[in-house]
Design a protein around this ligand. Sequence first.
Ligand code: HEC
Length: 143
Amino acid sequence: MRKNILNKVLKLGVFISLFISTQVVKAQNLINGKKLYETRCLACHQSDGGGVPNMNPPLDGSSNVNGKDIARLVKIVKNGYDERIALDGMYYSNAMTANPDFTDQQIADVLTYVRTSWSNKASKITLAQVKAANSKHKISAQK
Ligand code: HEC
């Protein structure tokens, strides 16, 4: 009987510590994402994610940022972006710089930050999603 209770307490302990450590990792990823944003994105997209009219698009409220095309977002962060096509009906004159030094985890973290900050409430981006997006690029690049 005693052993049984002890076992349950132990299992609960393992569960709680696993739960806490995943929460800590998630919180850490978000902090990392925020730091990356502040050092590498903020100058153009601004601290409120609002961008600069006609120059740099807003990330806050952007249908693409909150959308399902994760591969496109990964590619933009990695390679930069200078397509001059309409983004939510507006055009932007600046060219976004590339971030070739970012690791896949850093790309996941910064995208999670922009998709869950300000008024954005889109899903987080995992390392696995970034890796999947990378292989998608390779396939489309070979075409
Ligand atoms: C030098 C300024 C600059 C910096 C730095 C910059 N961006 Fe951009 N970003 C732009 C511009 C300009 C565009 C749109 C370019 C175009 O329309 O051709 C853009 C486009 C985007 C888009 C596509 C938006 C949409 O609605 O489709 C995303 C996502 C994005 N940037 C994220 C980021 C992230 C994340 C960082 C930091 C890692 C970053 N940008 C750093 C200027 C910048």
